[in-house]
Structures are given as structure tokens and as C-alpha cells.
Design a protein around this ligand. Structure first.
Ligand SMILES: C[S@@+](CC[C@H](N)C(=O)[O-])C[C@H]1O[C@@H](n2cnc3c(N)ncnc32)[C@H](O)[C@@H]1O
Length: 302
């Protein structure tokens, strides 16, 4: 009974720490959110979930996470470098000039294997910095097999959205990629363009296996499409990026598969202190326009 009460208390404490970090995101942006997550890890989580256990339980975060403790550990370990890498790639692909004119646009954003939505947060942060989005509608489609991280993703995207003027709509899909493609293949709203975000997921074998179906899905969405894919410099990531690029065929390559590096201040859980690190990544940006003729549209509707 005492052990049960203690476990209950720990779960409640984790949820409170998570809520506090989300408030920091809303009030001050990603850096302060990351600091709050590190604070939660250092004050509590490291005692019950050492790195080696986390790495073993989650196959180094490739399998869906199943507790807030794991989510806090993930963010402490990788959150800042993933955010900085994705931000750097968005800046590179979309440019770093400020757009002050209020244009009316509807944009779909699909975050595949979103985890805690780090890629979507990087995109929102980019929009906050560079784009007058008062007449934007942003439809987020968050696809993730872990309910724990999907709940966090929805919370964080809504908190971050309150920092910008756009109308933001969040759709959540508690499923793996195969399930999303099978069940929801034509559910994106009509939009000026659709952004497809792949952040640290194209190295996952189950995702690589389904790239041909993914590619058919991407080619069946009407209008302008942009694919942004980023991952650490592991050979499996290069393979995933290459497979997706080849599978999509004749697209405009905005950013070919390239190595890059960003500098981040991260908390090292193995040496228990903050350190300046170079996060090395591989990135890709592809654009294409699908003009679905009447026959294509009939096929999709059938
Ligand atoms: C390394 S994490 C990346 C999470 C997030 N995109 C990021 O950049 O922080 C891999 C994510 O892929 C998810 N995942 C694993 N298998 C998947 C599958 N078959 N379909 C979709 N997502 C999957 C995991 O649950 C996890 O959230």
C-alpha cells in the first residue's frame, strides 16, 4: 500500500512537472521549456529511470514511449538537439527573411511519428519569428503510436500555437504509419500546401517498409506538397531518406540529402552537466505539385 501510494505520488508529480514545462513553452518558448524538462529529469526522473534502463526499454527511443518519465528522459536527452536541427533545416529550406505582409493561407502540417511534436514546435517557432501569420489557418495532423507522447504533443502544439496569431487546428491520430495510411488516406483538408515532416523516423524499419505506400499517399494529395526530413547521421537514416526520395520520383529537390551540424547547449545525462555540443544530422527537402485530374479524383473517391 505504501509502495502504491508512493508510485501514485510520483505519477502525479511527473504530470505536474510536465504541465509546468508546457506553461514555460507557452510563456517563453522552447528553450525555457527544455530547461524545465531538464529540471524535472534532474530533480526526480533520474532516480527511477537511469539512462541505461531507458535505452534498453525503448530501443533508444525507436519504440513508442509509454510513460511521462520516459518522455521527460527523451526530451532531456534529445529534445534540444532535435529541435535545433529541425529549426536549422526549416530556416535553410524556407529562408530566414521576415515576411511582414499578411497573406491568407491554409497550410496542412503532417508530423509523422511526431513523438512529443518537436518538429511541429520548430515549425511554429519559425513562423513566430519570420512570418506574419494572422491570416493563416494551420491544420496539424499528429500521427503517433504512443498515446502518452501524443497527448503531450497535442498539449505542446496548442501551448506553442497560443504564441502566434494563426488559427490552429489540431487533428490527432493514435496509430502507427501503416494504420494512418490505411484509414485516413484522404483526410487532409483542402489547403494552399501541405507540409510533411519526418523528424528522426525514417530510420525505423517498420516505416521504411511502408515507404512505397507512403509515397503513393503523398502523390494522391491535391496541390503543392513539401517534404522535410531530418535525422541524426546514422546509416539507417540515409537509407530512409534515399528510399523516400527515390520512391517519390520526379520531384523538385529543394535540399538534397546532405550532412549538416548545429550547435546546442544540452544537458548530458551521462555526465550530469550541461555541455556545448555539435549535433550532426542529415536532411532533405522535396517539393512537388499533384494535379489530380478528374480520373484521379474519381479513383480516390471510390
Ligand atoms: C526517435 S522518435 C522521433 C520522435 C519525433 N519525431 C522527434 O523528432 O522527436 C521515433 C518516433 O517514431 C514513433 N514510431 C515508432 N514506430 C512507428 C511507426 N511504425 N509508425 C509511426 N511512428 C512510429 C515512435 O513512437 C517515436 O515517437
Amino acid at each position: 500500500m505504501i509502495a502504491y501510494n508512493q508510485a501514485e505520488k510520483t505519477v502525479q508529480n511527473m504530470a505536474q512537472q510536465m504541465a509546468h514545462a508546457a506553461d514555460q513553452l507557452q510563456l517563453h518558448g522552447f528553450d525555457r521549456y527544455y530547461n524545465a524538462m531538464v529540471g524535472a529529469y534532474v530533480s526526480e526522473v533520474y532516480k527511477t529511470l537511469p539512462y541505461s534502463t531507458f535505452a534498453q526499454m525503448t530501443n533508444r527511443a525507436k519504440t513508442p514511449l509509454c510513460s511521462v518519465e520516459q518522455a521527460i528522459t527523451y526530451t532531456t536527452l534529445y529534445g534540444k538537439s532535435h529541435f535545433d536541427r529541425f529549426s536549422s533545416v526549416i530556416g535553410q529550406i524556407m529562408g530566414r527573411s521576415t515576411r511582414t505582409k499578411a497573406v491568407t493561407k491554409t497550410i496542412n502540417v503532417v508530423d509523422y511519428g511526431c513523438g512529443q511534436a518537436i518538429a511541429s514546435l520548430a515549425l511554429l517557432s519559425y513562423i513566430e519569428t519570420y512570418v506574419n501569420c494572422e491570416n493563416f489557418t494551420l491544420n496539424f495532423y499528429l500521427v503517433e503510436p504512443s498515446q502518452t507522447t501524443l497527448d503531450i504533443a497535442v498539449l505542446l502544439v496548442s501551448k506553442m500555437s497560443s504564441r502566434i496569431a494563426a488559427n490552429v487546428v489540431i487533428h490527432q491520430y493514435h496509430t502507427d504509419l501503416a494504420g494512418f495510411l490505411a484509414a485516413d488516406s484522404h483526410k487532409l483538408a483542402p489547403a494552399d500546401y501541405s507540409l510533411h515532416l519526418f523528424s528522426n523516423v525514417l530510420d525505423i524499419p517498420k516505416i521504411q517498409q511502408i515507404i512505397p505506400t507512403l509515397s503513393t499517399y503523398l502523390q494522391a494529395i491535391d496541390g503543392k506538397q513539401m517534404v522535410i526530413a531530418v535525422g541524426p547521421q546514422y546509416s539507417n537514416n540515409y537509407t530512409g531518406l534515399q528510399q523516400l526520395k527515390q520512391s517519390l520520383g520526379g520531384v523538385t529537390v529543394k535540399q538534397d540529402i546532405t550532412d549538416f551540424s548545429v550547435e546546442s547547449e544540452i544537458y548530458s545525462v551521462t555526465s550530469n552537466h550541461w555541455r556545448h555540443s555539435h549535433s550532426r544530422g542529415v536532411m532533405m527537402g522535396l517539393c512537388f505539385k499533384n494535379s489530380l485530374d478528374d480520373a484521379g479524383k474519381t479513383d480516390l473517391a471510390a
